[in-house]
Design a protein around this ligand. Structure first.
Ligand SMILES: *Cc1c(COP(=O)(O)O)cnc(C)c1O
Length: 388
């Protein structure tokens, strides 16, 4: 116990102890920090509910219907008696959205990544992972027992150099995100597909921040880049743009049968409950029937970047609804975030070790909740805080 107390104290003294901050969601993209009834409502720039589907009436209705018709829990793992027809309905819809033969639902994105990767590779095999991949991908790689190389972020020539030297004789897996969660930039999927074919590797793409947002029908960057048939496993989540919870892997029928048997986070975990499946199904119909949400989100993100530029903040913000504003120093980033909070803006300062040393930043997550005048004012407040 003394060790734990010492660890906590050290972290606190260094100012890097993470603590939970409960918030009260007020709807419409605003929140209040709990425990302070007088505090102002803040505009939330840290939520990944990009398409505002967590509050969409159709999504809520379908979730409620499933809750009332099928109860609160699924009762067991899928391979026991938890395999409900509605899980299959959702998997068919996901497969259609992703243009794949088949799909498999997982409890969360974290569980999908730590289940799929160790199913694909193990001892004697090798993984090539983008240096900025999400922690759940990293953990999946560690858990697999495969040899593990990280290539420079979005750098196919470094990946090729590693493939040439380290490919070996076993199975090889290349794993990337399509839209990176902290930088909002986009993977060069076509080049990665060419490399996976040249070096006989599997390719897995995590579309956590792209599903529902990119692609003509919301099928992600894989759809937009036209590489659907060439990616071995596309993974994505329901908890971000789809406003629900859980995750999926989409692939060939054969690959999905294999994952049903080999992905331990799928086999040994209770199936997602009906209300969550209902929300995900509701969200997929909105994504299909309301394409304007996607174009509106793109327009809002572009508008925000334009406003930042007008205020002299001119870095490369990338192509997505995730807009990183570089600050550099960690404590400075915290200070700027705090100043913005007093201007009624809630934005997260992302610091090392989540991002590389010296690249602490504010991560603005643009959603359909943000009115244009709020985006304009936010850009002005950011410029003011950075100058002070
Ligand atoms: C959020 C995220 C995950 C984890 O998904 P959860 O459903 O939140 O567990 C995995 N990969 C990436 C890139 C993410 O951003």
């Amino acid at each position: 116990m003394e060790r734990i107390a010492r660890w906590l104290l050290e972290r606190r003294n260094k100012g890097v102890l993470r603590e939970l901050v409960p918030v009260e969601r007020l709807g419409g993209g605003r929140l209040r920090l709990s425990g302070n009834k007088d505090s102002l409502p803040l505009w939330d720039f840290s939520s990944n509910d990009y398409l505002a589907l967590a509050e969409h009436p159709d999504v809520i209705l379908q979730s409620r219907n499933f809750l009332e018709n099928f109860g609160t829990g699924s009762g067991a793992a899928r391979l026991m008696s938890g395999d409900l027809t509605l899980h299959h309905l959702l998997e068919e819809e996901v497969a259609r959205l992703k243009g794949c033969e088949s799909a498999l639902v997982f409890g969360s994105g974290y569980l999908a990544n730590i289940g799929i990767i160790p199913a694909l590779v193990g001892r004697g095999d090798v993984i090539f992972s983008d240096r900025l991949n999400h922690a759940s991908i990293y953990d999946g790689c560690q858990l697999s027992g495969a040899k593990f190389h990280r290539f420079r972020h979005n750098d196919p020539s470094h990946l090729e150099e590693l493939l040439r030297r380290q490919r070996g004789k076993g199975q090889a897996l290349i794993v990337v995100e399509s839209i990176y969660s902290m930088d909002g930039d986009r993977a060069p999927l076509k080049e990665l597909v060419a490399l996976k074919e040249r070096y006989d590797a599997l390719l897995m793409v995590d579309e956590a921040h792209a599903t529902g947002v990119f692609g003509a029908s919301g099928g992600g960057v894989v759809e937009e880049d036209g590489v659907t048939g060439q990616v071995d496993v596309v993974m994505g989540t329901f908890g971000k743009a789809l406003g629900s919870y859980g995750a999926y892997g989409a692939a060939s029928r054969e690959m999905i049968s294999y994952l049903v048997n080999r992905a331990r986070s799928f086999v040994y975990s209770t199936a997602l409950p009906p209300a969550v499946i209902g929300a995900s199904l509701g969200a997929l119909s909105v994504v299909k029937n309301e394409p304007d949400r996607r174009s509106n989100l793109k327009r809002k993100a572009a508008y925000f970047k334009e406003c930042l530029k007008e205020h002299g903040i001119t870095e490369d913000f990338g192509p997505s609804q995730i807009v990183p504003v570089l600050v550099g120093d960690s404590s400075r980033a915290m200070q700027v975030a705090k100043m913005l909070r007093s201007a009624a803006l809630y934005v997260t300062a992302v610091r090392p070790p989540t991002v590389p040393e010296g690249t602490a930043r504010l991560r603005f997550s643009i959603t359909l909740h943000h009115p244009d005048d709020v985006l304009r004012n936010t850009a002005a407040q950011v410029a003011r805080a950075l100058k002070s």
